[in-house]
Design a protein around this ligand. Structure first.
Ligand SMILES: Cc1cc2nc3c(=O)[nH]c(=O)nc-3n(C[C@H](O)[C@H](O)[C@H](O)COP(=O)(O)O)c2cc1C
Length: 227
């Protein structure tokens, strides 16, 4: 227990930041979260997931291609989406041995994943492998190439994360979803148009490092640091 200047008791937490990042954007967001939480006095530890075999972007998408028509259709109707997200089989991928295979000693766990249609396959494997998640309060972090479309980007990964995390007996207390404005497949011209047409703003407005992104990151850290 530590005492703040105003004599209001505040306890500092031990927080694990576990993430996978293939091209560095999710890592950058997790580093921002780490500095923010450390500035508040919390202790952090990092689990940077590594895949056993690197696969090309097309190779990764190929593994999940059969889901794409359903993802497209489920964008149109909430009941189809709920049904799809409740029942789809999440793809997983082998990861190297964990630095923290048991997370029971941590007060909070922030889990970061790039959006790969839903949860990236290494993070999905992590959620099924790591021990000690039951009862934990989790912060879920996602980055994606497109603008923060409420359904296609945010709901598709946030609901999938909520499902997987609750299967492990844990609960999500905060979500953060930010655009990297980067996609290895070179589809950014399409996402840029979608951003202007649907959200009436250039994608730069929402990008990691923007005022918008920094504001949401601070809000996320507020929720994580709450008692
Ligand atoms: C296999 C794969 C699937 C992807 N699927 C999506 C997607 O559904 N929507 C999207 O906006 N971006 C998608 N992306 C782009 C990444 O989510 C985006 O570039 C992310 O910020 C990368 O994070 P990282 O640098 O931490 O790996 C995909 C990328 C890969 C490699």
């Amino acid at each position: 227990m530590n005492i703040r200047h105003d004599d209001w008791p505040v306890s500092f937490m031990k927080i694990l930041l576990a993430y996978y990042s293939r091209t560095g954007f999710t890592r950058k967001v997790m580093e921002d979260i780490q500095s923010n939480l450390e500035r508040r006095g919390h202790t952090t530890a990092v689990e940077a997931l590594q895949v056993v075999r690197e696969t090309s972007c097309v190779g990764e998408i190929w593994k999940d291609l059969h889901h794409y028509p359903l993802i497209f259709l489920s964008s149109f109707k909430a009941s189809w989406r709920e049904k799809y997200l409740a029942g789809y089989a999440q793809i997983e991928e082998d990861i190297s041995p964990l630095r923290y295979p048991d997370v029971s000693a941590f007060d909070r766990i922030c889990i970061g994943s790039p959006k790969w249609a839903q949860i990236s396959y290494p993070v999905a494997r992590y959620l099924r492998t790591v021990r000690g998640l039951a009862g934990k309060k989790i912060g879920s972090v996602a980055t994606f190439g497109g603008p923060p479309l409420p359904v296609f980007e945010l709901a598709m990964i946030e609901k999938a994360m909520t499902r997987m995390v609750s299967e492990q007996g844990a609960s999500i207390i905060a979500h953060l979803g930010l655009s990297s404005a980067y996609h290895e497949l070179g589809v950014m011209p399409l996402f840029r148009c979608v951003s202007r047409i649907v959200l009436h703003k250039p994608i730069e407005f929402f990008m990691i490092g923007s005022e918008y992104a920094n504001h949401l990151t601070r809000q996320f850290c507020d929720r994580i640091a709450e008692e």
